[in-house]
Design a protein. Sequence first.
Length: 304
Amino acid sequence: MDRFAIGLAALGRPAYLNLGREGALPADRTVEAMRSATFAVLDEAYAAGVRWVDAARSYGLAEEFLASWLGERGHRDVTVSSKWGYTYVGGWRRTAEVHEVKEHSLTRLREQLAETRKLLGDRLDLYQVHSLTVDSPLFGDPGVLGALADLAAEGVRLGFSTSGPRQADAVRRGLALEVDGTRLFTAVQSTWNLLEPSVGPALAEAHDSGALVLVKEPLANGRLAVDPPEPVRAAAEREHTDPDVIALSAALARPWADRVLLGPASTGQLTSNLRAAGLGADLREDLAEDPERYWSQRAELTWT
């Protein structure tokens, strides 16, 4: 289980764009109900041997839930990663027109780092730029780069996540960033799955260069679990398992994937996901979609 991490995107706020959350989450989705659901998932993950949890400032109350869980359980062997750059603006409403707003500015970095540290204190192991793209103003902002370099000098590992059809370009450009001759980022978290594997070669390069590689959205926001392509469904039948297990097994089969993030909405989903650790199967069919089409379809998913 040491290659799995738990992502809290689906648990820290009442609405998200993952498919398959209906019926898995508490019916009322109050703060306390979602806190209890988060604790249940984290407890089961810890009992199974998972020791990495990933959050973000934009995941609603995810950092608060995580901080409370760590404090109550007393676990000191859990690696914690979080992200800055998006702000949650959904007001704990499933019907909000906008749920998060992106801004890669020095003001946002300082503000969100202070918020994260207030909750997680010295437990922050990896701090990531949320959704770094090739056109991010961060690349030309000496204030942001300098502040990040100062943070790295304090001993916090820095990374970034990527999204969109040009992920590979963002990975290569991000990992090439240096401040005063020192590499700034030593970790990257990117979307890779059977439907959108285009970033794979860039992640292999990142891994070979010594960077930590985390795979996010290995189930394509639930598409590979809820409505999988026929080859995934057929493979699941052959292996006497479920489609999510096949898709996650494919991610685990990438030799450059140091951690694969799971985003379960319930302990039932987590239990199913964890079965991928013992399968050892890698689907050979090419299911890749055109990246532009994949990301366009993802953008049309409804937050519920």
